[in-house]
Design a protein around this ligand. Structure first.
Ligand code: SF4
Length: 460
């Protein structure tokens, strides 16, 4: 009897799960899949699966802003291709309801690939702020420039793959949905559906398994409606065939589902055993000292009204994590050196080197306090940020602060109202909000304090 991936793994940890080998021959494709009479052959099972899935998709598909019919002609198809491209890249980042909002704003600003090509990286980053993984936004812009320069949107999966940032999945999506090429696509949802349809228990991250998913998806794709078929597979994975609670009783392809058959035959097997869950590698732990430098300038009254507060932002290097994005001054510190004294020492050195701010000149320093910690988890890094607020008072020309730095193009001062509305990465936005809440708390404590005590404290 076939074993579930879970059961097999626990008994023989060093061996691969064998559920698939019992249910599906290793070299099986859709033409061969006939155990238990589930998929009966190329002429009957595949067409039945396709038509069942497409019928369901026609009746139940979600109405989404990027799912519009292409207008006739090349221009209409290219517009559709651009919409598919932008939406698919965003969908790789987050959930559909969030994407709808980002997509709508993006399209209102850059309705065509040519308008996007004319944008700056800064503008694109601002629009992308909050979606994370900014490399995708950079590639979207670089790809748009490449296409605009060529004067034509590539229309096949193989030519689309030559565009910066377009990989196999996005190429398959654009080619099939916008240009009707009979080509498959495989994303996380499709992996789930195919793993279950074919009861594939192999590690879904292994390259041989990934290749197999692509082969099977290629054999399944509908020759007359490839784009709709691919979207239907993704839709099924995103809705009925969900990770933890698949609704098999409503599934349009349940009669073809090997995992369902196995689950009926063996109570130890569940459809959710497919695909095999592969434990994620533990993210690396990094630690950073982050200093929100607030610079005050001008008259006391104006400062009190918050009109003259500026924040120092630094541009990250053009390569690596959060490449080219603006952040508050940050330095990585060793885990064993995250104590306040050491963090401040590191930060002072950094500020002196970068902007020629000498924190030790106490006359400039109005306040310096630890605000707290914020942990931001990237795909492979768990970054603990130790945040402090430093308020400095500058007399004279504010521009001097940036101009004195080693590279003034990498520094900028942003006033309070602009920072509220600018596109910051979600980690930096959280740090800023922490500082804001800290200042508000401090202010309310001060206003509640009797005047004498307050004056005495201010003099200290
Ligand atoms: S029958 Fe269930 S497990 Fe199989 S494809 Fe449909 S929803 Fe997924």
């Amino acid at each position: 009897m076939a074993k579930s991936p879970k059961a097999t793994t626990s008994r023989r940890p060093t061996r691969k799960p064998r559920a698939r080998s019992a249910a599906v021959p290793p070299s099986a494709d859709i033409e061969d899949l006939a155990p238990s009479g589930v998929l009966a052959g190329p002429t009957s099972a595949a067409p039945a699966l396709r038509s069942g899935l497409l019928r369901w998709y026609d009746a139940h598909r979600r109405d989404l802003p990027w799912r519009f019919p292409a207008a006739p002609g090349r221009e209409g198809r290219e517009k559709r291709a651009y919409a598919v491209w932008v939406s698919e890249v965003m969908l790789q980042q987050t959930r559909v309801p969030v994407v709808i909002d980002y997509y709508s704003r993006w399209m209102a600003r850059w309705p065509t690939v040519e308008t996007l090509a004319a944008a700056t990286q800064e503008e694109v980053n601002e629009m992308w702020a909050g979606l994370g993984y900014y490399r995708r936004a950079r590639f979207l812009l670089e790809g748009a420039k490449q296409i605009a320069e060529k004067g034509e949107f590539p229309s096949t999966a193989s030519t689309l793959r030559q565009v910066r940032g377009i990989g196999d999945y996005t190429a398959g999506a654009i080619a099939s949905i916008a240009f009707n090429e009979v080509t498959p696509l495989v994303d996380g949802n499709v992996v789930r559906v195919i793993s279950r349809l074919f009861a594939i228990a192999d590690n879904p991250k292994e390259s041989s398994t990934v290749k197999r998913f692509w082969e099977l998806a290629g054999q399944l794709v509908d020759p007359s409606r490839p784009g709709d078929f691919n979207q239907a597979m993704m839709e099924l994975g995103a809705t009925l065939c969900s990770k933890t609670k698949p609704d098999c009783s409503q599934c349009p392809v349940s009669s073809h589902c090997q995992a369902l058959v196995l689950s009926h035959e063996n109570p130890l097997i569940g459809v959710t055993d497919y695909p095999r869950v592969v434990p994620k590698a533990k993210p690396r732990s990094d630690f950073a000292a982050v200093c929100v430098v607030q610079i005050e300038q001008g008259l006391e009254q104006e400062m009190a009204a918050g009109k003259c507060n500026f924040f120092l932002l630094i541009k990250r290097p053009e390569e690596g994590l959060l490449a080219g994005l603006w952040e508050f001054p940050s330095v990585l510190v060793d885990e064993c050196k995250t104590d306040p004294l050491n963090r401040r020492k590191e930060m002072d050195r950094y500020l002196k080197r970068l902007v020629d701010i000498d924190v030790e000149q106490k006359s400039n320093l109005v306040l310096r306090e630890d605000v707290g910690q914020h942990v931001h988890v990237f795909s492979h890094i768990r970054l603990t940020m130790h945040v402090e607020l430093m308020v400095l008072k500058i007399k004279g020309d504010m521009g001097q602060v940036c101009n004195k730095g080693r590279d003034s193009t990498k520094l900028k001062l942003v006033d309070e109202s602009s920072i509220d509305s600018m596109g910051l990465t979600s980690g930096i936005r959280k740090v800023y909000n922490m500082v804001k809440a800290f200042k508000e708390k401090k202010l309310s404590e001060q206003t509640q304090m009797p005047t004498k005590k307050r004056n005495r404290r201010q003099k200290q």
